[in-house]
Write a protein of this length. Structure first.
Length: 85
C-alpha cells in the first residue's frame, strides 16, 4: 500500500505465495517504500540486510543470482500491473 497525498493508503498490488517483499531495502537509500497488509496467516523469512549485503559483496556469484531472482520477480510484477492481472 502506498499513501499518496492526504487520501490515505491505496492498494497497488497483490502479492501471492512465495513473493519477495521489501526489495527496496536492497538498494540505496535502503528504505522500505511500501507497506504490506496480510489477509491470511503467513510465514515470513526475515533477513539481516547488512549481512545480506556483505554476503553479496563477498560472494559475487551469490549476489548476482540473488539480484537476478529479485529483478525477474519485479519485472513480472510490473508486467502484471501493466496488464491489470
Amino acid at each position: 500500500m502506498y499513501s499518496i497525498g492526504e487520501e490515505g493508503p491505496d492498494q497497488v498490488d497483490t502479492a501471492s505465495e512465495g513473493a519477495i517483499l521489501g526489495c527496496s531495502s536492497l538498494v540505496e537509500p535502503y528504505t522500505y517504500s511500501s507497506t504490506v497488509r496480510c489477509i491470511t496467516e503467513i510465514e515470513t523469512l526475515v533477513l539481516d540486510v547488512v549481512a545480506l549485503h556483505n554476503l553479496m559483496e563477498d560472494h559475487c556469484r551469490i549476489g548476482y543470482s540473488l539480484q537476478n531472482c529479485v529483478i525477474r520477480m519485479l519485472l513480472d510484477r510490473i508486467t502484471d500491473l501493466r496488464l491489470g492481472a
